[in-house]
Design a protein around this ligand. Sequence first.
Ligand SMILES: NC(=O)c1ccc[n+]([C@@H]2O[C@H](COP(=O)([O-])OP(=O)(O)OC[C@H]3O[C@@H](n4cnc5c(N)ncnc54)[C@H](O)[C@@H]3O)[C@@H](O)[C@H]2O)c1
Length: 360
Amino acid sequence: MGVFASTDDPGSTGHEQVVFCQDKQSGLRAIIGIHSTALGPALGGTRFYPYPSEEAALADVLDLSRGMAYKNALAGLDHGGGKAVIWGDPEQLKSEALLRAYGRFVESLGGRYYTACDVGTYVADMDVVARETRYVTGRSVEHGGAGDSSVLTAWGVFQGMRAAAEHLWGSPTLRGRRVGVAGLGKVGKHLTGHLLDDGAQVVATDVSPRALEWTRTTYPQVELVADATALVSSDIDVYAPCALGGALDDDTVAALRARMVAGAANNQLAHPGIEKLLADRGVLYAPDYVVNAGGVIQVADEIEGFDFDRAKLRATRIFDTTREILRLADAEGVPPAVAADRLAERRMTDVGRLRSIHLR
Ligand SMILES: NC(=O)c1ccc[n+]([C@@H]2O[C@H](COP(=O)([O-])OP(=O)(O)OC[C@H]3O[C@@H](n4cnc5c(N)ncnc54)[C@H](O)[C@@H]3O)[C@@H](O)[C@H]2O)c1
C-alpha cells in the first residue's frame, strides 16, 4: 500500500491522499483517491473498470475524486470528495475474496473514505464489501440500504432543470417546452415521468431496443427519434443528456437547437472549451455535477439511517443551488460551471476552516 499526502489548499486540485491497494491472490488492484476531507469523510463510489494501464486508472481516480469533492460540497453534504477504482474486468475478476479484500483496505482508512456503487459495482457488491468494513453505503434494502439511487437523481435533475427554466423563461416549469432526453435508462425514464407530469413534451432516444419498448408502452405520448444526433438537431428547448459522458462535443454543440442543457450524465462536456462554445451560442448549461447530485444525497442519507422523505427534501434543494449558481454566474460574468466551482470552494473553505476552532 503506497500513500502520498498533500498539504495543498482543499479548494485546489491537490489530493490529500492516494492509496494503492493490492491483493495478489484475489487479483485486486485498487486505487483510492481522497481529494479532500475538509467537509467530513470523503464519499464516492468504486468504479470497477478494465483500464488500459495503471496510469489511466490513476488519472481517472484523481479526476473523479476531485469531482466528488465539488459535488458533495454543493449538495450541502458533510462529506469530502473521494472515489476508488478497481483496475480489471469485473466480468472476469469480481469475486467474494476480491471485494472483501477491497473492503479491508477501505476499513484500514479508519473512516476517512466511505465507498458506494459506481460503474461496474452494484448494491449486492456493497453488501459483500460491508462484511469487512463499516465505511460503505449504497447497500441493498435488505441490509438497511436505500436501494436504487436513480429515483432521487432524476428528481434532482428535474429540480435543476426547473431552476434553469425560471432563469431563462421567468417561470420554474417545463410546461409547454420540448425536452430531448438522450438515454432512457434508470434515470432517464424517471425524468421523463416528471417532465410529462409537469406538462412538457418529451422527445427521446436510446440505443437499447428494450428501453425504447418500455417507453412506447409506458409513455406512448413520448416522441422517439433514431439517435442522439437526430435529437440534438430537432426542435427542442432543452437537451437532457442521460446516457454516457462526453455528450457535448464540438459537433453536438454546433447542431444543438436547445436553449438549455440539463441532464444526469456525468462529465457531459467533452473538453473544457465546450462551456464557452455553449455560452457563445446562448445555451444555458446547468452543470452536471450540480443537478445530478440526488444519487449521492441518497447514499449520504443512508449513512444516517435512510429516510426517503428527508433525502428527497435534500434533493429538492438542488433547485435553490442551481438558481444561486446561475445568479452568481450572471453577477460575476462567468459560465455556470465556474460559478459552481467558486461556490463549492467557498463552502469547503468557510466550513472546512471551522475545524481550526479548538474544542478541547
Ligand atoms: N443512477 C444514478 O443515480 C446516477 C447518479 C448520477 C449520475 N448518473 C449518470 O447518469 C447517466 C445515466 O445513468 P443511469 O443510471 O440511468 O444509467 P443506465 O445505464 O440505466 O441508463 C443509460 C441509458 O443510456 C442508453 N444509452 C447508452 N448509449 C447511448 C447513446 N449513444 N444514445 C442514446 N442512449 C444511449 C442505454 O441504453 C441506457 O438505457 C450516467 O452517465 C450516470 O453516470 C447516474
